[in-house]
Design a protein around this ligand. Structure first.
Ligand code: F0G
Length: 354
């Protein structure tokens, strides 16, 4: 049967009624790829939920299709969000699809190139503030409270509804719920959404167990781990450069109720996992996404696993979102040579010798 997107596929679990436009870019239905080498090395049954293969290249499409459909249903003409880049790309795309206006607020100079390109080409009104994501979200909340503009950050409950469908897919693809779900934590909406999804699917008799939820913040932005907001969050993983997560409380609940944890990884650990995923598993994600795998590697070193557990790592966004970091991180640069067979053969030998 032709896949018709999240609203159609999961309508019985979503706030979809006869008046809800069945908006879709065929989001969701992303692959669950087994990490063969890492599974062997870590003694785990490890999978990658490759959310970078959504229409705009991140998991945000799941929540945004729901939020924009509900905004349209309610007669809203304009949506608005603050973003480290992926939310704005998704908002801009679904606004274009749905025929509504879109305004995005981003932190100036702290969003990956691909994400900026997306918001612009989809036709959003893009405003870059001299301030970080947390400040942008405060401003968006103030403006949308006073004007007839729909807020589509994950504090909009429809976003969480849409995003919970990823947990349903994981259960269906694995034939069971995994023992653990590892996930990057930024504004903390996604970990909250997965936990809601796992609980609902379990309650509906569609899965056998509830996974432990293990979330990872970046060390320079680890507000939840520290237990206090961070005024100047800093990390190479700009997607999760957030110092005061909006869904803080529900993220802690997800970790506590599932007997999981919120932990952190360093930028170095993130980049190591990022490169390893691309070069040894053939899966290219953006740096923030690699926090999930970096976290599993960290916990493995600390002896957290007993061995053989099924673990799903959520790879939240596509690697092409941030080409600059890929080029900086890769060990080699292209060798420039003259256009002759001889020169190319020399170059191959030189590269092989390295
Ligand atoms: N990974 C990526 C690639 C993201 O873009 C984000 C969040 C996260 C992880 C964290 O998810 O916020 O639900 O805990 N990006 C938001 C944005 C903040 O504006 O695109 P979270």
């Amino acid at each position: 049967m032709r896949y018709m997107g999240l609203l159609e596929t999961y309508k019985s679990y979503l706030p979809v009624n006869d008046n809800t436009p069945m908006l879709t870019l065929h989001e969701g239905n992303t692959p669950l790829v087994r990490a063969e080498r890492l599974s062997n090395e870590l003694g785990l049954d490890l999978y990658l939920k490759y959310e970078g293969l959504n229409p705009t290249g991140s998991f945000k499409d799941r929540g945004m299709v729901m939020a924009v459909a509900k905004a349209m249903e309610e007669g809203s003409r304009t949506i608005m969000c603050a973003s480290t880049g992926n939310t704005s790309a998704a908002a801009a795309a679904y606004a274009a699809r749905g025929g509504v206006n879109c305004i995005v607020l981003i932190p100036n100079n702290n969003i990956a190139l691909g994400k900026l390109a997306q918001a612009m080409i989809y036709g959003a009104k893009v405003i870059a503030i001299e301030g970080n994501f947390d400040r942008a979200l405060e401003i968006v909340r103030e403006i949308t409270a006073k004007h007839p503009i729909t807020l589509v950050n994950s504090v909009n409950p429809y976003r969480i509804e849409g995003q919970k469908t990823a947990a349903f897919e994981v259960c269906d693809q694995l034939g069971k719920a995994p023992d653990m779900l590892a996930i990057p934590v930024g504004n903390a909406g996604n970990i909250s959404a997965y936990w809601k999804g796992f609980k609902e699917y379990h309650a509906a008799g569609k899965s056998n167990q509830l996974p432990k939820m293990i979330g990872f913040e970046a060390e320079g932005a680890m507000a939840i781990v520290k237990g206090e907001p961070i005024r100047e969050p800093e990390t190479i993983a700009t997607a999760i450069r957030i110092g005061n997560p909006a869904s803080w409380k529900t993220a802690v609940e997800a970790a506590d109720q599932s007997n999981g944890q919120i932990n952190y990884v360093t930028d170095e650990q993130i980049l190591e996992a990022y490169q390893l995923l691309a070069a040894r598993e053939g899966v290219f994600c953006e740096p923030a996404s690699a926090a999930s795998v970096a976290g599993v590697i960290k916990l493995h070193k600390e002896g957290y696993f007993s061995g053989g557990e099924s673990v799903v790592c959520v790879l939240t966004g596509h690697g092409l979102k941030d080409p600059n970091i890929a080029i900086k991180t890769a060990a080699t640069e292209p060798l420039v040579v003259e256009d002759s067979e001889e020169a190319v053969m020399d170059a191959i030998r030189q590269l092989e010798g390295e």
